[in-house]
Ligand binder design. Structure first.
Ligand SMILES: [Zn+2]
Length: 428
């Protein structure tokens, strides 16, 4: 059903507006009729009205590009009064591992060691015992993410000979169960090594060829795969062959990590993959001196490389302000959520933005907002979304929150009062 969302305050805008949603698209943003009346923020009143005509917004200054409403004047629509709530675009989780989750199942005591190799071995050893990957649990987690306002997701799905494409199938089943309401991109992610794990490259090739995966992954070309040049040759080779973006996990620290960061920048520029490459974590950025960090950030901006940070554990967080000033894109994700790797995480991107802001020592409102930017527009850029945002003509993915400003929403981890995904109310 078409929608009229009344009395919304758009992120960054002053005056309340009314939003019209037709066939899953935002078609009109018009100044709210009672814009001058003072009000306090109240929970959305999602009462349903049916009428035979849209109110006439023609004389209220429709936003540029607004679609005329005359053609649909006789359609039935539902009105939702947002009562002055702040409206953000749908949240974007640009880096998670949904296939690994134990969400919704009984508590599983974690006995993994803390080193990366311990965690990898632990997951390999115990996943079958808990039936991972499980479409049921992935569905439960995606449902919770959607209710918290996340409408687009990029997830790294494990790929190795022991698992085959099971993770991709489980994910696709979960997305089908949600009737495609949440958009999920799957990365063919060689968690257990790529070159060091024979048969993995062939499976990645198959996953990309069949469309099961839409992004090619990689993992610590040096630290895990022990052959950085051949690792990157293979990953970029697959990306060019299948015309897909790249998203590489880079945990390696210090100068080794920085050197791989530089190698990825060089290859991105050399292969013309500008704007289609993401580095996950990139902890080395927090290890090197200021001059080298500035070079890595400038190189990322030049090559259009996104950094997906997660602000998890005690790992270094991305320098948001420095990246923003340099024009380098920062995205945000939950990483593992309640899985064998880590018991932490709840899938809520507002919580994740809060954690990022706090760990990056953001105190000024405009810095705190950068964390929310990473959880929205930054993620959309990393995912290559072309129909994202709050403007007429774009897909109607939005979340209304109980807060006066975006900074308050992050700090208070504000309640979501309405979530719209693809023009449909999925939570209220
Ligand atoms: Zn990850």
């Amino acid at each position: 059903m078409d929608l009229l969302l009344c009395d919304a305050r758009m992120w960054g805008a002053e005056k309340p507006v009314d939003l019209r949603v037709v066939d899953g698209r935002l078609v009109e943003i018009a100044t709210h009729a009672d814009a001058d009346a003072s009000r306090s923020v109240a929970p959305a009143r999602a009462s349903e009205h049916r009428d035979s005509d849209f109110p006439d917004h023609a004389d209220r200054g429709s936003a540029p590009g607004a679609v005329g409403h005359g053609a649909r004047a006789a359609s039935t629509y539902r009105t939702i009064d947002l009562a002055g709530a702040l409206v953000l675009p749908g949240l974007v989780d640009a880096h998670c591992h949904l296939d690994k989750t134990l969400w919704g199942g009984p508590w599983v005591p974690n006995t993994a060691g803390n080193a990366l190799r311990d965690k990898i071995a632990y997951v390999q050893r115990r996943r079958a015992e808990f039936g991972v990957p499980d479409a049921e649990r992935i569905t439960a987690l995606l449902t919770a993410m959607l209710a918290a306002g996340t409408t687009r997701v990029r997830t790294h799905t494990d790929i190795c000979p022991e698992l085959g494409l099971d993770g991709f199938t489980a994910l696709a089943t979960a997305v089908d169960r949600l009737e495609g309401r949440i958009t999920v991109q799957q990365v063919a992610f060689p968690q257990f090594g790529m070159l060091t794990n024979p048969g993995t490259v062939e499976l990645m090739d198959r996953a990309l060829r069949t469309g099961a995966a839409q992004v090619v992954g990689g993992i610590d070309p040096a630290g895990v795969d022990r052959d950085p040049v051949r690792h990157l040759d293979t990953v970029f080779g697959l990306a060019l062959e299948h015309d897909v973006p790249i998203d590489v996990h880079l945990h390696d620290r210090g100068t080794l990590g920085a050197w791989q960061f530089e190698s990825i920048i060089e290859r991105t520029l050399a292969t013309g993959m500008n704007g289609r490459v993401t580095i996950g974590h990139g902890y080395a950025l927090g290890d090197v001196d200021a001059a080298r960090r500035a070079d890595l950030i400038a190189g990322s901006a030049e090559a259009g490389i996104s950094l997906a940070t997660c602000a998890a554990h005690d790992d270094p967080v991305a320098p948001l302000r420095e990246m923003h000033v340099a024009g380098a894109n920062l995205a945000l994700g939950n990483d593992g959520i309640r899985d064998l790797w880590s018991p932490y995480g709840d899938g809520d991107m507002m919580h994740r933005a809060h954690r990022l802001a706090e760990r990056a020592q953001c105190y000024a409102d405009e810095d705190i907002e950068l964390a929310l930017r990473a959880a929205t527009f930054g993620g959309a850029t990393a995912l290559g979304l072309t129909d994202y945002g709050l403007a007429p003509g774009l897909r109607a993915d939005l979340v209304a929150v109980e807060a006066d400003t975006a900074a308050e929403a992050v700090i208070a981890r504000a309640s979501r009062t309405l979530v719209l995904c693809d023009g449909e109310v999925v939570a209220a």
